[in-house]
Ligand binder design. Structure first.
Ligand SMILES: [Zn+2]
Length: 309
């Protein structure tokens, strides 16, 4: 009897977890008005529209992560057809599907990266960072599209999203302006927190995720090796050996990874060279927090910890 009861409990638990799973992701194509391309854009938009009746939904499933090579699903097409506007990260993140999305549904798009990669402005500052660690070898000039991981850039993203939404929902202009300002104030207080990490002294690090590029640089780290790992890409033995050689040569102090497929490679090198490994949150899916500011604060504190070792 006890055994049977246990079996039933296990069965029920399975049923409930299935139910809970579908409850987590149950897109309602009838009521969608604003669609965000993926999670970081959703988090920012949520702050801006808080207290309004605007209904936001995220297009990509919460588990999708970044959208670098994303292909639209039938459900995505349904969502895109019924939404009033699609808010994208921009800077190339949605390049694999944005043309198709607009071409086939005619949806309006708010590009949160607008103005960031013009001749003037923030990008030049970052461009300098790109050059600063150049040591004779060719450098990758492709835009790093993980803009939300930069406190400088996320404020611009928020302003762009706000202006775009105000055109569609002028009745909420005042509240969205206020929300955006509050968000930027919160971002600015995180910038204060970053200042303590920007002290002089070498802080050479390895990053096993391209999403950490801006936040590491904004916190005074110099990335000696950066490698993107996902479900389909794993580093080759040769790459691992190169990373390991340069880590020793350049006196690398810390290795950063996300809690994903890159972690095992980060830990392998960390163990081999006795370098501590730290986990940061790329905010591409619900990991440490569903609040942008809280998750970024955790990241900055983790970098502080790594730096103080
Ligand atoms: Zn990415």
């Amino acid at each position: 009897m006890k055994k049977l009861f246990k079996k039933i409990t296990v069965f029920l638990a399975a049923v409930f977890s299935l139910a809970a799973f579908s409850a987590c992701y149950n897109p309602n194509t009838d009521s969608v008005s604003v669609l965000t391309s993926f999670y970081p854009v959703y988090l920012i938009t949520q702050r801006i529209t808080s207290g309004t009746d605007i209904n936001i939904q995220n297009m990509a499933r919460p588990q999708t992560g970044c959208l670098h090579d994303y292909q639209l699903t039938t459900l995505d097409m349904r969502l895109l057809s019924s939404a009033q506007v699609l808010i994208i990260n921009g800077a190339g993140m949605e390049h694999s599907f944005i043309e198709k999305a607009v071409g086939e549904t005619g949806i309006n798009v708010i590009d949160s990266s607008e103005g960031l990669f013009d001749e003037s402005g923030i990008n030049e500052e970052h461009e300098e960072h790109f050059h600063s660690d150049e040591e004779g070898h060719d450098h990758n000039h492709e835009t790093n599209s993980h803009l939300w991981m930069s406190l400088d850039m996320v404020s611009v993203q928020a302003q762009n999203i706000c202006s775009g939404l105000k055109e569609i929902y002028p009745q909420y202009s005042e509240i969205m302006d206020k929300n955006t300002q509050l968000f930027i104030n919160d971002v600015n207080s995180l910038k204060e927190l970053e200042k303590s990490n920007q002290t002089s002294g070498d802080f050479n690090v390895i990053s096993f995720n391209e999403a950490f590029h801006y936040i590491l640089e904004e916190n005074g780290a110099k990335i000696t090796s950066e490698i993107e790992i996902d479900e389909n890409t794993t580093p080759t033995a040769r790459q691992m050996a190169q990373i390991s050689d340069s880590a020793e040569e350049l006196n690398v102090k810390a290795i950063f990874c996300a809690d994903d497929n890159g972690r095992i490679f980060a830990e392998t090198i960390g163990r081999e060279l006795n370098i501590p490994v730290y986990v940061l949150d790329p905010l591409t899916y619900t990991v440490s927090s569903d609040d942008y500011i809280a998750a970024m604060k955790n990241n900055i504190l983790t970098i502080s910890e790594a730096k103080s070792k």
